[in-house]
Design a protein around this ligand. Structure first.
Ligand SMILES: [Cu+2]
Length: 147
């Protein structure tokens, strides 16, 4: 075997020259939206799995289908009443997973710009701290969809 061929064979085993972006490291799954009647805001849920060896931080999200997409966290206080607060960022640790799910983190989707209905899929773009983006298809489910 010529030395050049050996190098070619080893190449997939060498670390990549360019550092993967935060978006590259994230695998999104279980992406869905619960659509509420009238003009009530909808909630978007997704599981973010960071397969990289450094943290990935979600800083914002956007969609052509909503004028406003915010990162929220629902919490229940000791009296049992629930509230939501806005988050600036959400960090997915290296080799870790963060779930946006009912009663916890969610994307708050307000002011729909196009009509769509349950059964359809709309894209939401997730923006990460290093400027990278991940476009994720979310399946639209009705208000009474199970969690
Ligand atoms: Cu909210």
């Amino acid at each position: 075997m010529k030395p050049g061929m050996l190098l070619l064979w080893l190449m997939p085993l060498l670390p990549p020259q360019v550092q993967a972006t935060q978006a590259d490291q994230i695998k999104a799954s279980h992406a869905w939206i619960r659509l509420l009647p009238a003009n009530l805001p909808a909630a978007g849920y997704v599981t973010l799995d960071n397969q990289g060896s450094s943290a990935a931080t979600l800083v914002s999200a956007r969609s052509a289908f909503y004028a406003s997409v915010m990162l929220h966290q629902s919490a229940t206080d000791t009296t049992g009443s629930s509230s939501m607060r806005m988050l600036d960022r959400l960090t997915v640790p290296a080799h870790g997973e963060v779930s946006l799910a009912p009663a916890g983190y969610h994307l708050m989707l307000q002011e729909a710009t196009h009509p769509f209905k349950p059964g359809e899929t709309i894209d939401i773009t997730l923006d990460f701290a290093d400027g990278s983006h991940l476009r994720v298809p979310f399946s639209v489910r009705p208000a009474n969809a199970p969690d």
